[in-house]
Design a protein around this ligand. Structure first.
Ligand code: AMP
Length: 478
């Protein structure tokens, strides 16, 4: 598997008004899902116009240019990728022209059979401009539109070839579709606006547009959206679900509701369960802002231990996670976070964060707290140890990146310099999210994958040599 890994954000709106400003608003609301580039495509009655650029939404999409986009149906995208070129050529929506009009696609997720499909189609003479799986998705839709001149049939045919994670908003001329892969890895929900309908990665965007949440797009469904209504084309194959647990733990906004579970409520529950599973005698509970905030509130409420905001976060600092070298990442943590001395000095402190990947952040923070006079520093983590790569759209790619593949919890405690370290258990996490374990993708914490990934264990695999084809558990269709 190659190509950029990305957990992005997508949106599509069809309405009786010009949609570009609303698409822009929705993209601002899901900005946390991708800061590398942003784009909007609209159908203006004759053709699809696209505006996209690098950087945050307000830089990538100048307001005057957005005002020039006059369509009543459109799609938008924010991109978060750490590998692959940062060139604007990778920005989405991507468009292709066919004999029957233009197709514009916004994609969130990773296509796991991308390399095979790309290879297959290159042998057939296709050429590609990028190394991105989203380009393949777009060209595949273009191919089937040319063959069938029927959007739903074309989308179904493309879905029949694609494996892995994809939440898509698609504009085919003036027709808007929202689709979700058969496992539902990435979120996608539907809302009603005053004069239209919206499909978007996170429900918080529907709130911002004063809309009303209608339902989630179910795994495998194709939803056609018009200004007046929506139509569901049901999934043609059934798989066990595999909602990504990391959306609730870290990735999505706390005010979003994903598949009926509010992110904030799940995070608070994680904190409560952490309090039950890994208690500690401390004077105060502090979050690692912003990612550990709701978890820490849950911990504090469950135990009665006072909650304090003991770190000041510089909201203008760059993101540390994606920096290429360790020294830079460590320095960046210092630039990003500073303890409030009067709060921490002389105290036994618990800090709560959502996850440990390399351990860089917590090692530095524990050190800072001790330097600021903390008497004890205890650490609690809202996800189980991350031990396996994500092939479905979260940027956690190689095993050697994860501190927990090489070290026990006790060793990690020692490395980060904490007095105690506790992770939530897998059972505790499943309880907090409130779905059955078999409805969740927990691959990054249990190493068992919902789809067939060469060299990895399938979650329903009993025999190591057993072959789970990409279509395991379902019938293929075209
Ligand atoms: P680390 O410092 O490498 O242990 O990274 C853990 C921190 O990065 C946590 O505070 C998380 O909130 C954040 N984080 C975890 N996964 C990701 C990701 N895929 N992209 C960006 N940040 C992440």
């Amino acid at each position: 598997m190659t190509g950029p890994k990305h957990s992005c954000g997508v949106v599509g709106i069809s309405a009786d008004f010009v949609v570009a400003p609303s698409l822009y608003t929705a993209l601002m609301i899901i900005q946390h899902r991708g800061q590398e580039s942003a784009g909007i495509s609209v159908f203006d009655g004759a053709s699809i116009e696209t505006l996209k650029g690098n950087g945050l939404v307000n830089l990538a999409l100048p307001k005057d240019d957005v005002r020039d986009l006059l369509g009543h149906a459109g799609v938008g995208h924010v991109r978060y990728s750490t590998t692959g070129s940062k060139s604007v050529v990778n920005a989405q929506p991507l468009t292709v022209m066919t004999n029957f009009g233009t197709v514009a696609v916004a994609h969130n997720g990773d296509i796991t059979n991308f390399a095979e499909l790309k290879d297959k189609y290159m042998k057939e003479g296709w050429t590609f401009l990028t190394d991105s799986d989203s380009e393949l998705v777009t060209k595949l839709l273009g191919k089937y539109m040319t063959m069938y001149n029927d959007p739903v049939k074309s989308i179904r045919a493309a879905m029949g070839e694609l494996d892995g994670a994809y939440a898509l908003t698609i504009l085919i001329n003036g027709r808007l579709f929202a689709i979700r892969d058969f496992y539902g890895f990435r979120p996608l929900c539907l809302g009603r606006l005053d004069g239209g309908y919206i499909a978007v990665s996170e429900s918080a965007a529907i709130d911002a547009l004063h809309g009303e949440y209608v339902r989630d797009i179910e795994p495998g469904e194709i939803c056609e959206i018009t200004k007046d209504t929506f139509k569901i084309y049901p999934a043609v194959a059934q798989h066990p679900r595999a909602y990504c647990m990391f959306e609730w733990v870290y990735f999505a906004r706390p005010d979003s509701v994903l598949d009926g579970r509010e992110v904030y409520a799940v995070r608070r529950k994680i904190g409560e369960i952490l309090a039950r599973e890994c208690p500690a005698d401390v004077d105060l509970v502090m979050p690692v802002p912003d990612s550990g905030r709701a978890h820490a509130i849950g911990y504090s409420c469950a135990t009665g231990i006072p909650y304090e905001e003991g770190f000041m976060k510089n909201r203008f600092a760059e993101r540390t996670f994606i920096m290429p070298d360790q020294k830079q990442r460590e320095q960046a943590v210092t630039m990003k976070m500073n303890p409030i001395k009067s709060t921490v000095s002389g105290k036994r402190i618990m800090i709560v964060d959502d996850s440990i990947v390399r351990g860089t952040t917590l090692k530095k923070l524990v050190y800072m707290l001790r330097s600021a006079g903390a008497k004890e520093v205890h650490v609690r983590i809202g996800s189980p140890p991350i031990i396996a790569p994500c092939y479905y759209g979260v940027d956690m790619k190689t095993r050697d990146q994860f501190i927990a593949t090489k070290h026990s919890v006790e060793e990690i405690r020692e490395i980060i310099g904490a007095d105690s370290l506790g992770y939530i258990s897998i059972e505790g996490l499943v309880e907090a999210i409130g779905f059955k374990e078999t409805d969740l993708c927990l691959a990054c914490v249990d190493g068992k994958y919902p789809t067939n990934i060469p060299g990895e264990v399938h979650r329903f695999q009993t025999n190591l040599r057993e072959d789970f084809g990409p279509s395991a558990g379902t019938e293929r269709f075209n």
